[in-house]
Design a binder for this molecule. Structure first.
Ligand code: FAD
Length: 504
């Protein structure tokens, strides 16, 4: 990378902007870059996005922040996976758990794959993911994913947190690393002769100039979409949801360590446990349900019909920009695209975008080939996440509303997803399919297996035969005992949260 005081301006102080600021400040600490984050005092952040995947822990490790420092301050809890309720009407499959990976699972994964493969060949075996993974036990028993040192089997985990507080916390960490903060509303983005961003003009009369601009202005995509006119590729044909209604409920003194996703009449709702409240949001399709109807259904479900707790309504567009790095601008966060939050992948995408960008930028020649390779990589990730989320809706067995009937019969899915689903129902090993499409790096085989088995994409029970001894080579009682034994090493979630509160 060429050294010198390169100036970087990050426009937008939502979670995306602050993650970008921290990663850039850390990675470019020695390079002497001058980093400024500009945030409007008048335009708020989106204020949702409170569940993460395991890479958020890596992010905190990279920027040298310990759990003791941030978790209590951001009302955070641990997340060991997601429970999906009411997505399937198939008997025995109305609920399943998708865990984050634990090293202990290496002992039980062969049994899970063996069983799920043979069930598809017509053998009657246990095939629900809940029975094979430690994460499901940790969630059920409310255990924190932090075993003692003498139990050296690492367990991946994510977090739930208050997004407003996390932004404020990350702003403090960035300031410690020298990131400057300016409060101003940008009302003009000017380009130079060759189409690079030349400067930002603010309502307050300032001109802000940089070598590199990061657009993290949320859904409006002020630089990338509005000024550089980078096309937005709409995913609405395969993902129908475009709105959400959000309502908090009180938290007890023993929060869960899982996100819960429950299918509703026209979409699904999240339940995200923080230490001080539970975040609830109903993600639905405005084509099938209006805002009032969605709010009433959510209130009914949460027992809040007579409550005066105010609901927040949000609209969103699903899709991504055609390119994420264009000229001297990088789009990060909602400004680069959004896929509905069923797997809480948005912040992971932010991290991946920034980390890969830094790698590419560090090469120093900023060639079109570097940009193309970077854009292809990030777009590939978006499309792979989209397909995994689309699969949730495409394989659904609910037919109780026109919404679910439309989801289950939607033929506007990618060829890649079609091949995976075909491979599964034809009883083939989808590992090969995922590897040949190079998709296993985004959602690994195990995630696809959890999704498909959890939703009961198996032959009907009446079509299954008992199977011989070889088919029953893994004994469920042994697996249960093993997982139970492993779980005894984990502390209670409640106790760990109390420890964090005390340490802060
Ligand atoms: C319903 C819903 C649920 C979600 N759930 C999850 C989840 O569980 N997990 C997850 O990882 N993600 C989730 N997300 C996504 C997540 O909310 C976002 O990825 C995350 O909050 C980052 O947002 P952002 O920083 O890109 O945008 P925002 O939070 O909208 O921030 C935009 C920033 O830009 C600034 N700005 C805008 N225009 C200007 C201007 N002209 N001048 C100066 N400043 C400006 C604003 O002041 C603000 O600071 C969810 C999103 C939605 C819609």
């Amino acid at each position: 990378m060429s050294s010198g005081n390169k100036r970087v301006v990050i426009l937008g102080g939502g979670t995306a902007g602050w993650i970008a600021a921290n990663l850039m400040a850390k990675h470019w600490e020695q390079a002497g870059f001058d980093i400024t984050l500009v945030e409007s005092p008048n335009i708020g952040i989106i204020g949702v996005g409170e569940g993460s995947t395991p890479p958020l822990k890596e992010f905190m490790d990279v920027i040298d922040v310990k759990e003791e420092e941030w978790m209590h301050e951001c009302n955070a809890t641990y997340k060991v996976g997601i429970r999906f309720n009411d997505w399937s009407v198939k008997p025995g499959f109305n609920t399943y758990f998708h865990p984050f990976y634990s090293k202990c699972d290496d002992h039980t994964i062969p049994a899970f794959f063996h069983n799920s493969f043979l069930i598809r060949k017509g053998v009657d075996l246990e095939g629900l993911p809940d029975h094979f993974f430690l994460g499901a036990q940790l969630a059920e028993k409310k255990l924190a994913p932090l075993p003692p040192e003498n139990f050296p089997f690492e367990t991946s985990y994510g977090y739930h947190f208050d997004s407003g507080l996390l932004g404020k916390f990350l702003a403090k960490v960035a300031a410690r690393r020298g990131v400057k903060y300016v409060q101003a509303t940008v009302n003009q983005v000017l380009l130079d002769d060759v189409g690079n961003v030349d400067c930002l003009k603010t309502e307050e009369g300032e001109t802000i100039k940089a070598d590199l601009y990061v657009d993290s202005t949320g859904f409006k995509g002020q630089i990338m979409q509005q000024t550089l006119k980078v096309p937005f590729l709409d995913f609405g044909q395969s993902l129908f949801n475009d709105a959400a209604v959000v309502l908090p409920t009180p938290q007890g003194d023993n929060p869960r360590c899982q996100t819960t996703s429950t299918a509703m009449k026209y979409g699904w709702r999240w339940d995200i446990p923080l230490t001080h409240r539970v975040g609830n949001g109903y993600v639905y399709s405005s084509r099938f349900c209006d805002a009032d109807k969605a709010e009433t259904e959510l209130r009914e479900t949460l027992g809040l019909l007579d409550s005066d707790v105010e609901a927040r309504h949000l609209k969103f567009k699903v899709g991504r920009v055609e390119n994420h790095w264009v000229k001297n601008c990088l789009a990060v966060g909602l400004s680069q695209g959004f896929i509905e939050p069923l797997e809480a992948t948005a912040l992971d995408m932010v991290q991946e975008t920034v980390v890969r960008f830094i790698e590419a930028y560090n090469k120093g020649d900023y060639s079109q080939a570097d940009r193309d390779a970077f854009n292809e990589r990030i777009s590939g990730r978006f499309d792979a996440v989209r397909d995994y989320i689309v699969a949730h809706f495409r394989i659904v067995s609910r037919t109780d509303t026109d919404y679910w009937r439309a989801c289950g019969s939607n033929e506007k899915i990618s060829d890649s997803l079609r091949q995976i689903l075909t491979s599964w129902v034809q009883g083939r090993n989808i590992t090969q399919e995922l590897e040949s499409q190079k998709l296993d790096v985004y959602f690994p085989n195990i995630s696809w297996n959890c999704l498909l088995t959890g939703k009961g994409i198996y032959p009907e029970k009446s079509q299954l035969r008992p199977g011989n001894e070889k088919a029953h080579k893994y004994k469920m009682a042994d697996i249960k005992k093993f997982i139970h034994g492993c779980s005894l090493n984990y502390p209670s979630h409640k106790a760990r949260l109390a420890e964090l509160a005390k340490a802060s």
